[in-house]
Design a protein around this ligand. Structure first.
Ligand code: SF4
Length: 649
């Protein structure tokens, strides 16, 4: 039987297991990337593992999320990241050079290679045939040390694209159509492989918009086959040498097939506050807009900003709103400037900002209260923009520019009819992506050879090996769908402590209960109870590290989100699944004791554990874990285990 493209790349990198969907496999990682909010902890853990040098073919550290400065903590972190990249042999991208996914795509992404990144949108370079996966920081540190990355073998789904996009429809509308059909849970445990004549009609930047936002489907990754368009893109980037032709076999068998006829795609929009609340733009036309933001790792490329520049050229942005363009990379910004487009946008009243994530996570350009903000970004979770009662819509650059001109949501086809002289902006790739490389410090030209740690850089907390007894008070009982944002909020006033777990842990679960951290500190240990889908959202490992630091030894939940469950194992917290009845019966403040000898039971592969509540009643809780995950728990986490293994212990 033939193989899918995903299976081919995984086969080439397989070090453990076989390619049976749902089974754990270990794969070799060729490239790693880190962004600034997760990178500091990756390097501190890399240091704690006593490793000397990155072992992967390539490692790259970006400064992108927090480029706006608040106080010394942010600059301290960026200096530490530069020093770590220099010391351990990684490329370093300075603040202002752009978003990790954009800059990586431009400079380092390579077809057929595996990429592991400490950011959930790492799958972006799937658009040029790279198999890229987001993971927790400790997984990155271990992979960078030469260790395998373990993941459940995903099902591979064929998304067959037929036909071609009509004028005014864009790649963003294709991924919004996927979200409309499948929902934010539709991709869990899957890789989407885009094939067919429609896929071939799309440029690489269009493809990467789709693979980037595949994350919103919950997918492990998304990928396109490579072809002349991939080769052409890489040549224009001056990197034609990394091109290789990659296709699925003709007789490849997919777990499922989805067919989308691109000729039927119309301009779509995701309504507040979930990326899958997708409707045709015409359904919400007329809604007054106060802010429009163009940029992000989804639509911040040259090819995304150019349509906006063409549409506003010689016109004026509506007076009551602000249209902000933040290119995804300095390369995009520099080329637009050289071609004169930046001047055209400025003349039209566009606020041209620096290349950063910033506003995507509420850092800068926070919308006014009770107003509508239209963004070309990938996420519109409530509160993510920096204000709790936000109204963020997600759309293509063309729809964003149309709203910027009209002052309200409007289908760009209707705006073109109204104006009479607004043509659909055709987009050509630049002949050569000739942005300068002055903001990249390549590993071989490193300017640091030792770590520089300012006062905001803390120590990596370590947990003792798993003991025989786990017992404690239920310090917090939570509902369904608690996100990593609930566990450790990503707002700038809190995120600035990302390299200092002692300080950051004071904010643990503060969005659920402001007194939680204090109570946990006083108790010294304790238990968390939650409903379904505990830990959904980002790959942020701080959401496991901080509870561990506060002494939490087990989380009892009806179900866990995949990456967060892996992070709980990584930090030695036992994730136990309970049924609805048990969940309903446990109250906050109840004492929970695991009756079994925990260390023995975990080591012996026991699945069912008995919990005793208030010394009064008992119930069953399940530990669903592989042998590898049980070994991690026994050691007190992945860091102590990896150290033990390195020392031959
Ligand atoms: Fe940055 Fe937003 Fe992309 Fe995350 S989703 S990498 S915050 S632009």
């Amino acid at each position: 039987m033939g193989q899918t493209l995903t299976e081919k790349i995984l086969s080439d990198h397989l070090v453990e297991g076989d390619l049976t969907p749902g089974e754990e496999i270990g794969i070799e990682i060729d490239q790693v990337l880190m962004q600034d909010t997760t990178g500091t902890m990756v390097w501190l853990q890399f240091e704690a593992l006593d490793l000397d040098e990155a072992q992967t073919e390539l490692a790259a550290q970006y400064c992108d999320h927090q480029t706006f400065q608040f106080d010394f903590k942010n600059t301290d972190d960026h200096r530490f990241l530069r020093s770590a990249a220099g010391t351990y042999g990684a490329h370093f991208s300075r603040p202002g050079n752009g978003i990790c996914h954009n800059v990586h795509k431009e400079n380092f992404a390579a077809p057929g290679k595996t990429l592991l990144g400490s950011d959930s949108h790492t799958p972006t370079p799937g658009g040029l045939g790279q198999l890229a996966i987001g993971a927790g920081g400790l997984d990155i540190a271990v992979a960078m040390g030469g260790g395998a990355y373990y993941v459940e073998m995903p099902e591979v789904v064929n998304v067959r694209l037929e036909g071609e996009l009509p004028e005014w429809s864009s790649a963003k509308d294709i991924i919004l159509e996927m979200l409309r059909r499948l929902s934010v849970k539709g991709g869990v445990g899957k890789v989407f492989e885009y094939t067919g004549p429609g896929a071939k009609s799309l440029s690489v930047p269009e493809r990467t918009t789709i693979t980037n936002m595949g994350t919103e489907l919950g997918a492990t990754s998304s990928i396109f086959e490579t072809d002349e368009k991939t080769k052409d893109y890489l040549e224009r980037q001056g990197r034609g040498d990394v091109y290789t032709e990659l296709t699925a076999d003709d007789d490849a068998e997919y777990a499922d097939e989805i067919v989308i006829d691109l000729s039927e795609i119309e301009p779509l929009i995701a309504c507040p506050s979930m990326p899958d609340k997708v409707v045709p733009v015409r359904e919400v036309a007329g809604e007054k807009v106060e802010q429009v933001l163009v940029g992000s790792c989804t639509n911040g490329g040259y090819e995304d900003v150019l349509p906006v520049a063409k549409m506003v050229e010689g016109r004026e942005v509506a007076k009551h709103l602000e249209l902000i363009v933040a290119p995804g990379s300095k390369q995009a910004g520099e080329i637009l400037a050289r071609q004169g487009w930046t001047a055209e946008m400025m003349a039209a009243g566009v606020n041209v900002s620096e290349a950063t994530c910033g506003p995507c996570i509420g850092i800068g350009h926070v919308p006014a209260s009770d107003s509508v903000s239209l963004r070309t970004f990938n996420r519109n979770f409530e509160g993510r923009s920096g204000i709790e009662d936000d109204n963020v819509y997600l759309c293509s650059p063309e729809v964003a520019a149309a709203a910027g001109l009209k002052g309200e949501i409007i289908d760009p086809r209707d705006l073109a009819d109204e104006l009479g002289d607004l043509d659909a902006p055709g987009v050509e790739l630049p002949k050569k992506y000739d942005g300068s490389k002055s903001d990249l410090i390549y590993a071989e030209e490193a300017i640091d050879d030792e770590l520089i740690k300012g006062p905001n850089i803390g120590d990596v907390p370590l947990k003792d090996p798993l003991g025989s007894n786990i017992a404690g008070e239920t310090l917090l009982k939570m509902e369904d769908n608690i996100t990593t944002d609930h566990i450790i909020p990503a707002t700038s006033d809190i995120l600035k402590f990302r390299s200092n777990i002692e300080r950051l842990s004071d904010f643990t679960l503060s969005r659920v209960d402001e007194t939680f951290a204090q109570r946990a500190k006083e108790a010294g240990t304790g238990v968390l109870v939650a409903g379904e889908n505990y830990g959904q959202g980002s790959s942020r490992e701080h959401a496991a590290m901080c509870p561990m630091y506060l002494g939490i030894e087990t989380v009892l939940a009806q179900s866990f989100a995949r990456i967060h469950k892996a992070n709980l194992f990584n930090f030695g917290i036992v994730p136990l699944a309970i049924d609805e009845e048990t969940y309903a019966k446990i109250d906050q403040g109840d004492t929970v004791e695991i009756v079994d000898d925990v260390a023995d039971a975990v080591a012996s592969g026991q699945v069912e554990f008995t919990i005793r509540v208030n010394d009064d009643w008992e119930a069953t809780a399940e530990l669903n874990a592989s042998e590898r995950e049980r070994n991690i728990l026994a050691a007190g986490g992945k860091l102590p285990l990896t150290k033990q293994q390195a020392e031959g212990g």
